[in-house]
Every structure is written in structure tokens, then in C-alpha cells.
Design a protein. Structure first.
Length: 230
């Protein structure tokens, strides 16, 4: 059998837990648990997306004017970086399935590198906004932000602090998930260096991959809604 997730009896691997009947049952339970967790994550972000659409319906001109202060270039770079990281994460899972430990490590390093690039770009994007008084909610400095917008040929309309409140909440929460992902990816990489994963046991790599793909998917929705809205 070439996969621990295949059919038929198989000798337990080193990480087989005694309360499972088979290796396949353990792998299936792990994957089910991850999907339940990811469902709760999707529900959490769904509430924020709903808030965004309500704001968009109630204050369309404010949203259209405010989003012009976001950097499409930085958002685009981060989109490309995360898309590439999804590819390298998928390759890490495949390497684990075929027992290619160097391939797991190599692809995880590239995935972690992409995640770090994303966070660095986000840092510069945030600090750029803060430098011009663009803060969430009541901390928004309308005078400085309006002057910054005028310098770039744009005009703030209505209550832009509402837009930037949802912007910082959504992208900030997503950034937290990326940071957590970096930590988990490092943990998986350290385990891979110890030779823990192979054709018989790769559930941790696969489940972390599912988490990472969801993180990427959320950004795929955030980028056009916040940066490219028309």
C-alpha cells in the first residue's frame, strides 16, 4: 500500500495511538477534526464579510473613496506570495506522501519564507497608513488622512473611519492567522527533520496544509473586496 490513507491492514506507525483501531481511522479522525476547526474559522470570517457588505450597501461612496488610500501594489504582491505559498505547501504534502524528507523540508522553508514576506509587506503597509493618521475607528485622524488623500488625487467622503475599522479588523485577524501558521509550519518542519513523516504517516503535514490553504483562500476574497472594489 503506497499511502497510510489507503485501504487494507497495515502495521501501525510510530505515532499510532492505542485508542484507534486502524491507522486509517486515526488519519480520518485527524482530518475530520481539522475540517471542523476550519469550519469555525470560516464562520468567524463570514461575520466580518457580512459586516463589510452591510457597510458597502449603506455607505457605497465612502467605501469607494476610502479604498483608494490602500496600496494595490502591496496587496497584489501579497496575493502572489500567498498563491505561491499554497503551491509549495501542496508540494510539501506530496513529498510527505512519497517519503521525500528533503522535499518536505525544502517546500516548508519556501512556504515559511512566503509567509514572512507577507508579514513584512503588511508591516510596511500598516506603518504607512499610521504615519498619515489612518487608524481604525475613533483614532482616525481625518485632517491628516484627507491631506494624504488630496496629495494622491483622491477625496475622502463621509465617515472613512468605518471603512478602515473593518479593514484593520479583517486584515489584522488574517495576519494573526498567518503568524500562527508560521509557528505551526516551523513545528512541522522540525518534525520533518527528525524523520517523522512518510507514506505511512503524514496527517500533520496534510492538516497544516489544509489550514494554510484556508488562510490563503480568505486573502483571495479580502484582496478584491478591499483593494479593488469598484
Amino acid at each position: 500500500m503506497s499511502s497510510a490513507h489507503g485501504q487494507g491492514p497495515k502495521a501501525p506507525h510510530a505515532f499510532f495511538q492505542h485508542h484507534y483501531n486502524t491507522v486509517e481511522q486515526q488519519a480520518g479522525a485527524a482530518k475530520l477534526g481539522m475540517w471542523v476547526f476550519l469550519a469555525t474559522e470560516i464562520l468567524m470570517f463570514s461575520g466580518l464579510f457580512l459586516a463589510y457588505f452591510i457597510i458597502r450597501i449603506l455607505y457605497p461612496e465612502m467605501v469607494l473613496g476610502s479604498h483608494e488610500l490602500l496600496s494595490k501594489t502591496m496587496g497584489g504582491v501579497n496575493t502572489v506570495v500567498l498563491l505561491f505559498s499554497s503551491f509549495t505547501m501542496a508540494m510539501a504534502v506530496r513529498s510527505a506522501q512519497v517519503g521525500d524528507t528533503p522535499g518536505i523540508i525544502r517546500n516548508l522553508i519556501m512556504t515559511i519564507g512566503c509567509a514572512c514576506i507577507f508579514m513584512v509587506v503588511k508591516y510596511f503597509e500598516y506603518t504607512g497608513k499610521f504615519a498619515h493618521g489612518i487608524f481604525p475607528g475613533k483614532y482616525f485622524d481625518y485632517g491628516r488622512a484627507a491631506a494624504y488623500a488630496a496629495e494622491h488625487g483622491h477625496e475622502l467622503v463621509g465617515m472613512p473611519h468605518i471603512f478602515f475599522g473593518i479593514y484593520f479588523t479583517m486584515t489584522g485577524l488574517h495576519g494573526v492567522h498567518v503568524a500562527v501558521g508560521i509557528g505551526v509550519l516551523v513545528w512541522i518542519m522540525l518534525r520533518a527533520k527528525k524523520g517523522h513523516f512518510g507514506p505511512q504517516y503524514y496527517s500533520p503535514v496534510e492538516n497544516v496544509g489544509l489550514y494554510w490553504h484556508i488562510v490563503d483562500l480568505v486573502w483571495i476574497f479580502l484582496f478584491p473586496l478591499l483593494y479593488l472594489v469598484k
